[in-house]
Design a protein around this ligand. Structure first.
Ligand SMILES: Nc1ncnc2c1ncn2[C@@H]1O[C@H](COP(=O)(O)OS(=O)(=O)O)[C@@H](OP(=O)(O)O)[C@H]1O
Length: 467
């Protein structure tokens, strides 16, 4: 369309012609000038407003302002609630209550380094109530499930809003972080970002606003979480996390560093053809010297990474989860996490079943799926055969670092007992986790305790005195 100057009387005449259905005048006035009808109306309406009384003139900006305020209120309902000290929670239909969380009272989130300083103090809520996540259409999957839950909350008069996380699963890579996060999402008071956000290592420059918008909407009574396993080993991360929230709760899932390195290698190998052998990468030029610069091995020096974190956070803000125990006794580990986060113990045996084919605990149903299911195919892969001598050498290499890690955490993760090869038995679940070699393949599997004797007779790695 050609641009043309609009004159007030020109447009008024055109509109009058439109109104009176005077086609001759209309075609003369409107068509030659290519006055778009809608544009003509809006322009004329604006002019009429300018001419009109005082009340009409302010009507538009007032309406505009109201819309802006309304959007602002929705987005910041939690903030406003907290500031006014009135965390109003309407009583929904399906409620699960949980005990007072002492950590929530003292939470202070600082959005300081990249954006304006904002201090967000959580309102004191002595008895918290949250909506059960088990409601909703059972056929929905993935994001649709979350969306539906969000809609249910809105229908129930609750106003979820996106918040910065107050708890992080910081690692370690291949430790069992996905399993832990998926298990935790069963808790109605936990909302977590589905994928790894990588804010503190890759996207820090994008600022807290960007970070907050990667989070799912939460109620003031819910905990926002995310997991990015590379946080644990990235040197700038502890300082950045501390700047954002010095009260951040940090969860670290650890696994025998040798098995972890093999798992890491297996993942890379699954994506890359012609990958050199594990042994060739782990040792320098075919020697016995461990290549400590090789990232899958560097990650396993947990004590070093933890020492860096401890410069910024006290030990009391960490929870160390055993990756081995998470497989053989998920409830025991999840119970520790729920306690650490100050939550009621909601996740229990009834949520899990042991899938013998996969060799891992799986979920009977989850936030996303109503039917029994396990984690994806890329979790719980079969590991390639690794020369047992190489494994022993790596265990010897890690021993002093593991000892130091035990010292720092005050926990024994069972990686030092060489004759058991990282064995972990849960007397409660009757499950046993072990690394064993069969048909020249290294396996990291969980078996039922009842089958242990025949299992070890077959594999020949069983020391009967130790069970
Ligand atoms: N329930 C359940 N199901 C499947 N897998 C489980 C489970 N619990 C722990 N694991 C172990 O998790 C290992 C993958 O760890 P991560 O999820 O931390 O990997 S990643 O860093 O996110 O890539 C994965 O490592 P691999 O066995 O080497 O594949 C598993 O051993």
């Amino acid at each position: 369309m050609r641009a043309f100057p609009l004159k007030r009387n020109h447009i008024s005449s055109c509109l009058l012609a439109q109104k009176e259905s005077d086609t001759t005048v209309r075609s003369e006035l409107c068509t030659p000038c290519k006055i778009n009808l809608a544009f003509g109306y809006s322009a004329a309406w604006r002019m009429e407003l300018r001419k009109g009384p005082w009340s009409k003139k302010i009507l538009v900006p007032v309406c505009f302002l109201i819309i802006l305020i309304w959007i602002f209120l929705i987005d910041n309902s939690l903030l406003l609630n907290n500031l006014s000290g009135k965390a109003t929670l309407q009583k929904p239909r399906n409620l699960v209550s949980f005990a007072r969380n002492p950590n929530l009272d003292r939470l202070t989130i600082k959005e300081s380094s990249l954006t304006n300083d904002v201090e967000l103090k959580r309102a004191k809520v002595s008895r918290l109530q949250v909506v059960s996540l088990w409601t909703g259409n059972n056929s929905v999957k993935g994001n649709a499930g979350s969306l539906r839950k969000y809609q249910i909350l809105r229908q129930q008069g609750l106003m979820p809003s996106k918040q910065l996380p107050t708890a992080l699963i910081i690692g370690v890579k291949k430790g069992g972080t996905r399993a832990l996060l998926e298990f935790l999402r069963l808790h109605p008071a936990i909302r977590a970002a589905g994928s790894e956000v990588h804010f503190f290592d890759h996207h820090y420059i994008k600022g807290f606003h960007w970070y907050r918008h990667r989070m799912p909407p939460t109620l003031s009574t819910q905990i926002t979480m995310e997991k990015t396993p590379s946080y644990f080993v990235t040197s700038e991360v502890p300082r950045r996390v501390q700047r954002m929230n010095p009260a951040m709760r940090l969860i670290l899932v650890v696994r025998d560093p040798v098995t972890r390195a093999i798992s890491d290698y297996t993942q890379v190998r699954s994506k890359r053809a012609n990958m050199p052998k594990f042994e060739d990468l782990a040792f320098l030029n075919g020697s016995k010297i461990v290549d400590t610069t090789w990232v899958p091995l560097k990650i396993g020096v947990y004590a070093r990474h933890l020492e860096r974190w401890l410069q910024y956070f006290p030990l009391s803000q960490f929870l160390f989860v055993s990756g081995e125990r998470l497989i053989v006794d998920p409830v025991a580990e999840i119970t520790r996490v729920q306690d650490f986060l100050g939550l009621k113990r909601v996740i229990c045996e009834k949520h899990f079943y042991f899938n013998a084919t996969k060799g891992f605990p799986c979920l009977l149903k989850s936030e996303e799926r109503p039917t029994p299911h396990c984690l994806g195919k890329n979790k719980g892969r079969s590991h390639p055969y690794i020369d047992p001598v190489a494994i022993q050498r790596l265990r010897d290499f890690y021993r002093p670092f593991n000892q130091r890690f035990y010292q720092l955490t005050g926990m024994d993760f069972g990686w030092l007992t060489t004759h058991t090869n990282g064995i972990y038995i849960s007397p409660r679940t009757q499950l046993l986790s072990i690394i064993y070699i069969q048909d020249k393949q290294i396996h990291d599997r969980t078996v039922r305790y009842g089958n242990v004797r025949s299992f070890y007779h077959k594999t020949g790695t069983y020391n009967s005195d130790k069970t």
